[in-house]
Design a protein around this ligand. Structure first.
Ligand code: PGA
Length: 229
């Protein structure tokens, strides 16, 4: 079971340090925990991953960070293709696939996000899967360090997670495409994590807003520990 925290553009370096210290007061047992803080809070810690990275070691890419900056902190984990980067920062599939290939070559663990907007969901599961397949273009779905995160756009930050049947059906379809772990993300909270983790083919969760409070996130990890699959 994987429980990952995406801080997005929240928390300072100091706050992240305090968060990690508190987080480590619990035993994770068989749960794998990952934390994605903003760039300014990257630090040498086995839990930490970057929310994004440019596909180059270094160079003239203003506003970006690359392999050299991640190496400084021994970071070997990156989140790619998050819907906020696709939709707010206008990242194309081609560019995301380039990042994927570069960080795959570097042996990184890649948390790769996919998910459909509401207008696609309204058309039904076949349209959803067709859409997700376009987000898998150029992505090696057999990569041994790949973790897929299914995050429907309409469920991210809305307080309304996808329903059990929607998650079940979508994860089942993604499972036909990859054997790698599949996380669900989108309004995962303390009161729904247990139900979500019990759904077949859900191998963990990617948590945004609910992860910001370390006490809540600790409780979420504790809930994940109870679920045996
Ligand atoms: P949320 O975000 O938990 O706040 O919906 C999830 C995500 O974007 O990874």
């Amino acid at each position: 079971m994987i429980v990952a925290a995406n801080f997005k553009m929240n928390k300072t370096r100091k706050e992240t340090e305090e968060y990690l210290k508190e987080l480590k007061t619990i035993d994770f047992q068989d749960v794998k925990v990952a934390v994605f803080p903003p760039f300014t809070a990257l630090m040498e810690d086995e839990l930490i991953g970057a929310q994004n990275a440019y596909p180059a070691k270094n160079g003239a890419y203003t506003g970006e960070i690359g392999l050299e900056q991640l190496d400084e902190f021994g970071i070997k984990r990156v989140l790619l293709g998050h819907s906020e980067r696709r939709h707010i920062l206008n990242e194309t599939q081609e560019f995301i696939a380039k990042k994927f290939s570069f960080y795959k070559e570097c042996g990184f663990e890649i948390y790769y996000c996919v998910g459909e907007p509401l207008e696609v969901r309204k058309k039904g599961i076949n349209a959803v899967i067709d859409y997700i397949k376009t987000q898998f273009e150029g992505i090696d779905l057999e990569y041994e360090n790949l973790v897929v995160a299914y995050e429907p756009v309409w469920a991210i930050g809305t307080g309304v997670s996808a329903g059990r049947d929607e998650i079940k059906e979508t994860h089942q379809s993604i499972r036909e495409l990859t054997k790698r772990p599949i996380l669900y993300g989108g309004s995962v909270k303390l009161n729904n994590i247990g139900e979500i983790l019990k759904i077949p083919n859900v191998d963990g969760v990617l948590v945004g807003s609910a992860s910001l409070d370390v006490e809540v996130f600790k409780e979420m990890i504790n809930k994940a520990k109870e679920i045996k699959k």
